[in-house]
Design a protein around this ligand. Structure first.
Ligand SMILES: [Zn+2]
Length: 435
């Protein structure tokens, strides 16, 4: 790892650590944007935008769009877009959450997205997300909450009580996943959790009278770490896809001071559940912003014809213990550069043109790149790329840093790959002449 890569990774690690929920990830990105002089926009206001200036806006505090206007007319240059997603599979607390089972206080949880469930057992879990409350004067307010300290655990069943555990151990999400928070106090558990939330929020300075509702997920308190004899790997929760959010953000922030073309970063929530929501990639947020940037007449169509989106979402690296899960010619390696994802059935939006363009960005940046195609006898995952391509009719390439253990509570990526990806994204924004 070079010095530059080490500095980049420290930034990534602290971003991962401060982003246990999509709303926290957006907050951490907004802090960096504001520090770099980007100004807040509100969708409900009339916008007066200045060339060369950066702006950001959010929906529901969980989906972010940031852009910096170029000096040249946007219909002539198009928009250089980077896309990623802020959400990760997790366990979300149900509205009436308290469960008393045999003397233990537990919380009922919904499974959000394609959680790999076994790794969630025996972790020191905490809670984070958004809480809506009434203050002392009866007004509805929203707050971010990150409890930080470990307050719950999902204990495994001892092997002595299930001798078959290493062969087949099915997990019933309703029965087996509710985390244990402590021992029962009194017979009626109702409202215990909302009172706890109120106490935590008051401690952080919020004038809570009553907690009304929340969107909270459990997360693992173990901090991210560099792992390997020579720190070859980054181990963390939520690498899919906060690694891409962070890398995209750094690429936008590293932009030239007087760029010709407009660059834009969109980080959507709800990718892990199919993207169909007001704030997901299938919703109208990005198109609405792009139409406002383009202006009247045929400018939108002219702008879009010259635009391109790099959709960044981590890719499955070849696992040395399960190498037969990859096509023999398309098994991406850790620390061998960003992966161009190809699927003939359009589960990825990459075309031969956009693939060729992305490989040329990698060459401009002097970083390696590789390809992924799923085995022909296996189904293929998907991401926001095909959705954005379908909605906007824009050129899209689906790429991502290679990683292991996707959707585990602890994932592993290479300590060089986020930096490599970032260099390619910067070449797209700053060096590419648009041809
Ligand atoms: Zn993802």
């Amino acid at each position: 790892m070079t010095q530059q890569q080490a500095v980049f990774n420290q930034g990534l690690i602290s971003f991962l650590q401060s982003s246990p929920s999509p709303a926290h990830a957006v907050k951490a990105m907004v802090e960096q944007l504001e520090e770099a002089g980007y100004q807040a926009l509100n969708e409900g206001d009339e916008w007066q935008l200045q060339p060369g200036q950066g702006y950001w806006l959010t929906r529901d505090s969980r989906t972010l769009i940031a852009f910096r206007l170029g000096q040249d007319a946007i219909a002539e240059t198009g928009v250089r877009m980077l896309g990623a997603h802020t959400d990760s599979p997790c366990l979300k607390v149900k509205p009436k959450a308290e469960i008393l089972r045999h003397g233990s206080l537990q919380l009922g949880v919904e499974v959000y997205g394609g959680v790999l469930m076994h790794p969630w057992f025996d972790r020191d879990l905490s809670l984070a997300g958004q809480v809506h409350y009434r203050n002392e004067s009866g007004k509805l307010k929203a707050a971010l909450l990150n409890v930080e300290k470990p307050i719950a655990v999902i204990p495994s069943l001892a092997i002595h009580l299930n001798r078959e555990a290493n062969k087949n151990s099915e997990i019933n999400a309703q029965l087996h996943l509710p985390p244990v928070l402590g021992v029962k106090k009194g017979d009626n558990p109702s409202l215990v959790f909302r009172q706890l939330l109120a106490t935590w929020l008051v401690r952080e300075g919020h004038p809570v009278d009553e907690v009304i509702d929340y969107d909270l997920c459990f997360y693992d308190t173990q901090p991210p770490a560099l792992v390997g004899l020579e720190e070859e790997y980054i181990s963390s929760a939520r690498l899919d896809n906060l690694l891409s959010c962070y890398t995209g953000l750094q690429a936008i922030l590293a932009e030239d001071t007087a760029p010709k073309a407009t660059a834009l970063l969109v980080c959507n929530d709800h990718e892990e559940v199919g993207s169909a929501s007001a704030i997901g990639a299938e919703g109208p947020f990005l198109e609405s912003v792009l139409r406002r940037l383009a202006g009247e007449g045929q400018k939108y169509q002219r702008m879009m014809a010259r635009s391109m989106l790099i959709s960044c979402d981590n890719a499955h690296a070849l696992h040395p213990n399960y190498a037969d899960k990859h096509d023999e010619n398309h098994g991406p390696k850790i620390n061998a550069g960003p992966v161009i994802k190809v699927n003939a059935n359009q589960r990825y939006a990459t075309t031969s043109e956009t693939s060729a363009l992305f490989s040329s960005f990698c060459e401009m940046a002097d970083v390696p790149y590789q390809h992924f195609v799923v085995r022909s006898d296996m189904g293929c995952g998907s991401t926001i790329g095909p959705i954005a391509a379908t909605k906007l009719g824009v050129r899209v390439v689906d790429v991502g840093a290679p990683q292991w253990a996707m959707h585990s509570i602890r994932e592993t990526a290479g300590s060089k790959d986020a930096w490599y990806l970032g260099q390619a994204l910067q070449a797209f924004i700053n060096i590419w002449d648009g041809e």
